[in-house]
Design a protein around this ligand. Structure first.
Ligand SMILES: NC(=O)c1ccc[n+]([C@@H]2O[C@H](COP(=O)([O-])OP(=O)(O)OC[C@H]3O[C@@H](n4cnc5c(N)ncnc54)[C@H](OP(=O)(O)O)[C@@H]3O)[C@@H](O)[C@H]2O)c1
Length: 329
C-alpha cells in the first residue's frame, strides 16, 4: 500500500461545489488519457500518487475511458486496491455514462436501462461499492429528461452514487433537469463542461450563468485545450505529446499557424505574470470563482506539479483579460 505525503493538504485550495456540502480541490485529475491499456501502469500510479500527495482528492473517470473502453476504470481500480484503498474516504471518484459503451440498443445515450447497467459495470471494474459523483455524460434528445434524471436519482438512492452530475448540458437543459432533480430531492450538484481560453462555449450557451444562478458547481474539462494552452507545441510537435502518442481527439491539424501565433502571444502574457502558460490557462478558468475546479489531464507527474501552482494566482488585471481576449477570440 502507498504511504501518502503527510503534508498533502497544506497547499491545495478547496471550493464548495455549488451549495452542497462537498468541497472539491481547485485542481482535479481526469483519467481520459494515459490510463488505458496502451499506457504504462507504473506511470499511472505515479500520476495518481503525485496528485493525491498534493491535495488533488478528486479523480474523474467515465465508463468509456481507455482504450479499450473500460480499461481506465479497471486500471484505476487496480491502483486503488493495491495502493490507495486505505485513503478511499479521502477521495472523490466520479464516473459517467452517456457515450457508446456496448453493442445493441442499451449501451449508449440516456435510458434508465443503460445508465443503471453501466454504473453497475463501472463499480465492478473499479472494485468500489459506490462512486462519489455519477454523471450523465451528454444530453440525449430522444429520451425523456424525466427518465434520465430518474435514473441518476435511482443511482443515488440505491447507494451506488453519493451525488449526481450532468455533463455537456447547456443552460436551458440544465434548468429543466434541475427542476426535475429538485422534485426528486436528488443531490444534483455539478456540471462538467469544456471550458478554456480557447473554448468559451459555456459563456455563450447559458451554462455558466445558469449554473451560477442555480448555485450548482462547474468542473471545467480540457482547461488546457488538451495541451495546446501550454508550452508543449511552441517548438514543434514532441514525440511524447498527445498528438503523437494518441491522436484520437487532438490531431496535428489543430496546430495551425494561427493557433501557434496565439499560443506564442499567450505565453508572453503568462511570462509577464511569472506563470507558465499552463498555469495561466488554469488560473484564467478559475478567475471569477464560478468554476469550482479545473479538470486537468497529465501524461507526466511534473505536469501536475506545474498545474497545481495555478491556484496561487487567479487574479487578472483588466488589461491582461483584454489582451487574452484580443488574442483568443
Ligand atoms: N465530460 C466530458 O465530456 C469530458 C470530455 C473530455 C475530457 N473530460 C475530462 O477532463 C479531463 C481532462 O481533459 P484533458 O486531458 O483534455 O485536459 P487538459 O488539461 O486540457 O489536457 C491535458 C494534456 O495537456 C498536457 N499538459 C498538461 N499539463 C501540462 C503542463 N503543465 N505542461 C505541458 N503540457 C501539459 C498533457 O498532454 P501531453 O500528453 O501532450 O503531455 C495532458 O495530457 C479528462 O481526463 C476527463 O476526465 C471530460
Amino acid at each position: 500500500m502507498y504511504k501518502a505525503n503527510d503534508k498533502r493538504y497544506e497547499d491545495m485550495k478547496y471550493s464548495r461545489c455549488g451549495n452542497s456540502g462537498l468541497l472539491l480541490p481547485k485542481v482535479s485529475l481526469g483519467l481520459w488519457h494515459n490510463f488505458g491499456d496502451t499506457s504504462q501502469y507504473s506511470n499511472m500510479k505515479e500520476l495518481c500518487f503525485t496528485a493525491f500527495d498534493n491535495g488533488i482528492t478528486h479523480f474523474d473517470l467515465a465508463n468509456n475511458y481507455g482504450p479499450e473502453p473500460g480499461s481506465a476504470e479497471k486500471n484505476f481500480g487496480r491502483i486503488l486496491k493495491e495502493e490507495l484503498y486505505s485513503y478511499r474516504d479521502e477521495m472523490i471518484i466520479s464516473t459517467k455514462a452517456g457515450y457508446l459503451m456496448w453493442d445493441g440498443p442499451y449501451g449508449d445515450m440516456g435510458s434508465r436501462k443503460y445508465l443503471i447497467a453501466s454504473l453497475d459495470r463501472s463499480l465492478k471494474r473499479m472494485g468500489v461499492d459506490y462512486v462519489d459523483i455519477f454523471y450523465h455524460h451528454r444530453p440525449d434528445p430522444d429520451t425523456p429528461l424525466e427518465e434520465t434524471m430518474g435514473a441518476l436519482d435511482t443511482a443515488v438512492k440505491s447507494g451506488k452514487a453519493l451525488y449526481a452530475g450532468l455533463s455537456n448540458y447547456n443552460g436551458e437543459r440544465l434548468e429543466q433537469a434541475t427542476a426535475i432533480l429538485k422534485d426528486l430531492k436528488c443531490p444534483f450538484i455539478i456540471n462538467q463542461n469544456r471550458y478554456s481560453i480557447f473554448d468559451r462555449t459555456i459563456e455563450n450557451n447559458g451554462l455558466k450563468a445558469t449554473a451560477a444562478r442555480l448555485n450548482k458547481g462547474i468542473i471545467a474539462f480540457s482547461p488546457l485545450a488538451q495541451g495546446m494552452l501550454t508550452d508543449r507545441y511552441l517548438n514543434g510537435i514532441p514525440k511524447d505529446s498527445r498528438i503523437m502518442t494518441d491522436g484520437r481527439f487532438l490531431k496535428e491539424t489543430a496546430i495551425t499557424k494561427e493557433r501557434l501565433e496565439q499560443i506564442g502571444k499567450l505565453n508572453e502574457i503568462a511570462k509577464g505574470r511569472n506563470q507558465t502558460l499552463a498555469e495561466m490557462a488554469l488560473s484564467w478558468v478559475l478567475k471569477d470563482g464560478i468554476v469550482t475546479s479545473v479538470l486537468i489531464g497529465a501524461s507526466k507527474p511534473s505536469q501536475i506539479l506545474d498545474n497545481i501552482k495555478a491556484v496561487n494566482n487567479t487574479q487578472f488585471t483588466a488589461d491582461e483579460l483584454k489582451a487574452i481576449d484580443d488574442i483568443s477570440l
